[in-house]
Ligand binder design. Structure first.
Ligand SMILES: Nc1ncnc2c1ncn2[C@@H]1O[C@H](COP(=O)(O)OP(=O)(O)OP(=O)(O)O)[C@@H](O)[C@H]1O
Length: 235
């Protein structure tokens, strides 16, 4: 689904990301962890052609993200609040998305039904503009939007950040449902080691833009991650 080759990103001659090779097969849930400034968001932004690489290439579904367009039809994403349209209400935003993604009103309603427990009656029917939603509720809306229209690939930057504990558990269940029933490929960055090991099959640790570990998730992965991040505390 995603192929990364010789990827480098530099700012003012300083390399912030250097990834020789990553291949993410279809249906995999790929987790990205690393301390602040490790390069996680940079990698996700490069995947979505929001910034341009200094060297190298990313392909989604065998298409170069910087030169081709069709990959956009199969990709859903939520990186930050800038992805939303703040002067719309959530209802208007989903009507807009339905139009551009060719999703029927019935399918939008069915989709939003899946998110009802997560939305907790705080997002729709409140006559509020998106700009007036809380940080956590904006995030919930953005994730629901990313998953609309049966995307084959979904890219999420820190989806659990700013969500209350109940919402984190509800979101995890929704992601697991999409993994099981729709075989969506996920790329998820997170600082939450527990959640990321629960929902991902593979986890990559980035540090200063470099891949430190690339692990298939097993029963021992959470301990390995905890050991890795604790050792940085001791050093
Ligand atoms: N536009 C920019 N100009 C200069 N440096 C940048 C720019 N964008 C990102 N960087 C640098 O790139 C590095 C990686 O940043 P990035 O946001 O990808 O890290 P991250 O792993 O997502 O961190 P966090 O966990 O804090 O969100 C950081 O050192 C950051 O300062």
């Amino acid at each position: 689904m995603i192929q990364i080759h010789n990827l480098k990103k530099s700012y003012h001659k300083q390399t912030v990301l250097n990834v020789p090779e990553i291949n993410i097969p279809e249906g995999q849930s790929f987790g990205l962890v690393g301390n602040n400034g490790a390069g996680k968001t940079t990698l996700l932004r490069l995947m979505l052609d929001l910034i341009r690489a200094s060297e190298g290439e990313i392909q989604i579904d065998n298409q170069s993200v910087k030169d081709q367009e069709d990959w956009k039809n199969i990709t859903g994403s939520f990186i930050d609040e800038k992805f939303l349209i703040h002067y719309l209400t959530p209802e208007e935003y989903f009507q807009f998305l339905a139009k551009i993604r060719g999703v029927s009103a019935g399918d939008v309603s069915m989709h939003l039904k899946l998110f009802e427990p997560l939305f907790n009656d705080e997002i729709f029917g409140k006559k509020k503009y998106i700009r007036n939603l809380s940080k956590g509720n904006k995030k919930k809306l953005g994730i629901a939007a990313a998953l609309l229209g049966d995307p084959k690939l979904v890219i999420l930057d820190e989806p659990f950040e700013n969500l209350d504990p109940t919402s984190q558990i509800r979101l995890k269940k929704i992601i697991q449902q999409f993994q099981k029933e729709k075989s969506v490929t996920f790329v998820i960055s997170s600082h939450d080691l527990n959640h990321v090991t629960e929902i991902c099959d593979r986890i990559v640790i980035l540090d200063k833009g470099i891949i430190i570990k690339d692990m298939e998730v097993t029963e021992s992965t959470l301990n390995e991650l905890t050991d890795y991040f604790s050792s940085s505390v001791e050093n």
